[in-house]
Design a protein. Structure first.
Length: 210
């Protein structure tokens, strides 16, 4: 997360989000030496499609501000570290259940963030408002714990590279949800980008059935 927020500070939110989704490319490359997963033309094509789709969904077109070298490196580092979750998750599955992996990864992550928060904030942790308690509980239970459990369970059944490509539907769902619930703009280019992401997902899934 540190490199991701660094990328946001040095570039833009859209640019950082797009660079974060270089993760499937990192996973496809690393899964070759780690698990012997082949880098096929269909898989490489799927990675290219979903990345192009993420660029359009994020609204990062040719007119976007030029990326600073350090910001670009930070964004690529965010993509690499995000992709490593798939690699290490699949390695951990050789010995542990999905629940064990999620409990340890999220548990240690929470402790680390708590320590950083206490060390960098003189006021301590802010109390949770009663009105937001149910929303916070939902965020913890569904898009965090349940989502990671399902993803790790999926890694047990499919290649890490394929799973990472399929996971790129996340920015599409986020953009569509933002459009429906928050009335954020979702124009023609975003629709084209969503179509490219889905085409990439279908391509890599079709390869798995051969």
């Amino acid at each position: 997360m540190t490199v991701y927020f660094t990328a946001i500070a040095l570039t833009t939110v859209a640019a950082a989000a797009v660079l974060l989704y270089t993760a499937p490319a990192w996973v496809v490359l690393l899964a070759r030496p780690f698990f012997g997963e082949p880098i096929t033309r269909m898989k490489a094509g799927a990675v290219a499609l979903v990345f192009a789709g993420c660029v359009l969904v994020a609204g990062l077109g040719p007119s976007a501000a030029r990326l600073s070298p350090v910001g670009a490196l930070a964004g690529l580092g965010a993509g690499l570290t995000y992709g490593l979750y798939s690699i290490f998750g699949k390695v951990a599955l050789q010995r542990h259940s999905p629940l064990t992996i999620v409990v340890y990864s999220l548990g240690f992550g929470a402790l680390f963030l708590l320590a950083v928060s206490l060390l960098t904030t003189s006021r301590g942790l802010a109390p949770v408002p009663a009105a937001g308690a149910w929303a916070l509980a939902y965020v913890i239970a569904v898009p965090t714990v349940a989502a990671y459990l399902l993803y790790i369970a999926g890694l047990r059944r499919v290649e890490a590279g394929r799973a990472s490509v399929v996971a790129t539907v996340e920015p599409v769902v986020a953009a569509l949800t933002g459009s429906l619930m928050l009335h954020e703009p979702f124009g023609l280019m975003q629709w084209v980008g969503a179509a490219l992401v889905l085409a990439g997902v279908m391509l890599v899934q079709g390869e798995g059935r051969h």
